[in-house]
Design a binder for this molecule. Structure first.
Ligand code: HSE
Length: 332
């Protein structure tokens, strides 16, 4: 049995989703020869550490009851530097202006010889190339399927499953909050500000929902796809961005009368990275509703390949993290 020791940095919705999925999949992982031992969990108030492996069910219930998992006043960086383990699962909140604590955690992990899996978009939007080069130079794994499209495989689909195919472009809906708002605006004949509170209640909006409605979140995901799949070296400033704040219920209704919907579409190719509201025919594959995400990959050999799925949610996002974890195990 191969043992992987890991830490979970960030114990909000996604970090807890990871712990739940590791509990749920313990037997399955053992059946493929893998024992995952979580030796540290960190949240904003501190950490809990046990080199023998933490009891994840206890950690989850402590978090629910006390609002924190922390038993010691140490930070993620200190855990990375002082606790012996091989893999960091980084799920701290995203910061696209500076990269925040997530960026520091990532460099610290690579500097101390640890591979890393993340759901955190911000650092990859700002410093993708530097992070990847640092990880590769140290012979470490750096995987981030969960940063784009939540549960939907896009990065690993393009780079691994479709290996050998040139990806010509990727087009789709990569923000569930905007998709939900546009869907509900048409149903309720309401403005986006009326529906925004409802979408925040779903728990999938960014901490600052202007990142969703102004198209910033979609743009960040396109940057990650541009760098990871198209081999570009882009940052957020290379994206042309228009959000959904100027879309009116009347515009949606008029589109609907002409058998179209308005969707916030992100598109990336070697030539162009753009996010903007677009008219989509009602029966077109991209016309998915609610909080769903969708991505259509235009490939050189396989034609068009489309995936639809839940772009957010704790267990859904953790499912992408789990697939990265298993891929690391298989590579090792
Ligand atoms: N705010 C994002 C969304 C969360 O609505 O899709 C997932 O990245």
């Amino acid at each position: 049995m191969k043992k992987i020791t890991c830490s979970i940095l960030g114990f909000g919705a996604i970090g807890q989703g990871v712990a739940e999925v590791l509990l749920m999949k313990k037997e399955y992982l053992e059946s493929i020869g893998l024992e995952v031992k979580v030796v540290a969990i960190v949240d904003s108030k501190g950490a809990t550490v046990n080199p023998e492996g933490l009891n994840l069910a206890d950690c989850l219930s402590r978090k629910r009851i006390r609002g924190t998992v922390a038993l010691e006043n140490i930070s993620g960086i200190e855990v990375i530097r002082s606790v012996d383990h091989e893999l960091v699962i980084e799920t701290t909140p995203t910061n696209i202006k500076t990269g925040g604590v997530g960026l520091q955690n990532m460099f610290a992990a690579f500097q101390t010889g640890k591979s890393l899996i993340t759901s955190n978009k911000g650092p990859l939007t700002l410093k993708y190339r530097e992070l990847m080069t640092t990880a590769k130079a140290a012979g470490l794994e750096f995987r981030f399927e969960a940063t784009v499209g939540g549960s939907m495989p896009i990065i690993n689909l393009a780079n691994e499953v479709l290996a050998g195919n040139k990806i010509i472009s990727i087009k789709g809906i990569l923000n569930g909050t905007c998709n939900y708002i546009l869907t509900r605006m048409l149903e309720e004949r309401a403005s986006y500000t009326d529906i925004l509170a409802e979408s925040i209640e779903l728990g999938i909006a960014e901490t600052d929902p202007t990142y969703d409605v102004e198209g910033i979140d979609t743009a960040c995901k396109l940057v990650i796809l541009a760098n990871a799949i198209f081999g570009l070296d882009t940052t957020y400033k290379d994206v042309e961005v228009t959000g959904i704040t100027k879309i009116t219920p009347e515009a949606l209704e008029m589109a609907n009368e002409n058998r179209h919907v308005i969707k916030l579409i992100g598109e990336v190719s070697k030539e162009r990275i753009e996010v903007a509201p677009r008219l989509v025919p009602i029966n077109h594959p991209l016309a998915v509703g609610g909080t769903l995400n969708i991505a259509s990959l235009c490939t050189e050999l396989a034609g068009e390949i489309t995936v639809i799925g839940k772009g957010a949610g704790p267990v859904e996002t953790a499912s992408a993290i789990l697939s990265d974890l298993i891929a690391i195990y298989k590579h090792s």
